[in-house]
Ligand binder design. Structure first.
Ligand code: PGA
Length: 251
């Protein structure tokens, strides 16, 4: 079912004590409504933050998982491990993973497979770079990113999967897509989903916007017909801002 969602991607920030404080601050002010709220802390904090966040109705996810099931892959973290820490979601294909760790579509397909085998809901991220938008290739790029990974899965496999459009030029830059740009791309993606996966899948899949979404611009972005919420980076590290973003949906 298509849901309204506020998700916070903490990236590689905070130590355990600071992370616990932030989780407690968010938890004690969280609005009691039907919006799905997810926090993606760094791996080592998943277990301890789950206790704090789940009590307040906030669910947890990991920022990445290994493409491998288990075994001699030093430094990797498996989907099964993440799931055993009580996390229910996993970011897949965040642009920072694609860019700095050279993650390929083939790897992303495997990561989604590992998530599905381990009851983790994938939050699949994609988005164009600045030069791609400037040269008018943004729709082609997004179509390629979405289709080359999702074509490997049936609508049934992906029925709970969440998609996140995150234009790379807007991530961490303070530059947000305008509501017109966000809605235009989200409508394009929804049409693409309708063509490739059918009407039911297209209407029921939540499509998040990410990229310098903050307490001041969230309400405008979330009011777009095809924007079902946000994947928030920087502003998710400030409890007050994150709470304000959670409250930015029109009732
Ligand atoms: P940002 O990050 O909100 O800091 O731009 C968003 C993201 O990377 O998910």
């Amino acid at each position: 079912m298509r849901k309204k969602i506020t998700a916070g991607n903490w990236k590689m920030n905070n130590d355990l004590a600071a992370a616990k404080n932030l989780a407690s601050e968010i938890s004690s002010n969280v609005p009691n409504d039907s919006i799905l709220k997810i926090v993606f802390p760094p791996f080592p904090f998943l277990s301890s933050l789950k206790e704090i966040l789940n009590e307040a109705g906030i669910r947890t996810g990991a920022q990445n998982c290994s493409e491998y099931e288990k075994g001699a892959y030093t430094g990797e973290v498996s989907a099964a491990m993440i799931s055993s820490c009580g996390a229910e979601f996993c970011l897949i294909g965040h642009s920072e993973r694609r860019q700095y760790f050279n993650e390929t579509n083939t790897q992303l397909v495997k990561k989604i497979e590992r998530c599905l085998e381990n009851n983790l809901i994938p939050v699949f991220c994609f988005g164009e770079k600045l030069e791609e938008r400037k040269s008018g290739k943004h729709f082609n790029v997004v179509e390629e990113q979405v289709c080359s990974v999702l074509e490997k899965f049936s609508p049934g496999d992906l029925k709970n999967t969440i998609l996140a459009y995150e234009p790379v030029w807007a991530i961490g830059t303070g530059e947000t897509a305008t509501t017109a740009q966000a809605q235009e791309m989200h409508a394009f993606i929804r049409t693409l989903l309708r063509k490739t996966k059918g009407e039911k899948f297209a209407t029921e899949t939540s499509l998040l916007y990410g990229g310098s979404c903050n307490a001041n611009n969230a309400a405008e972005l979330f009011a777009c017909a095809d924007v079902d919420g946000g994947l928030i980076g920087g502003a998710a590290l400030k409890a007050d801002d994150f709470i304000k973003i959670m409250k930015s949906f029109r009732s």
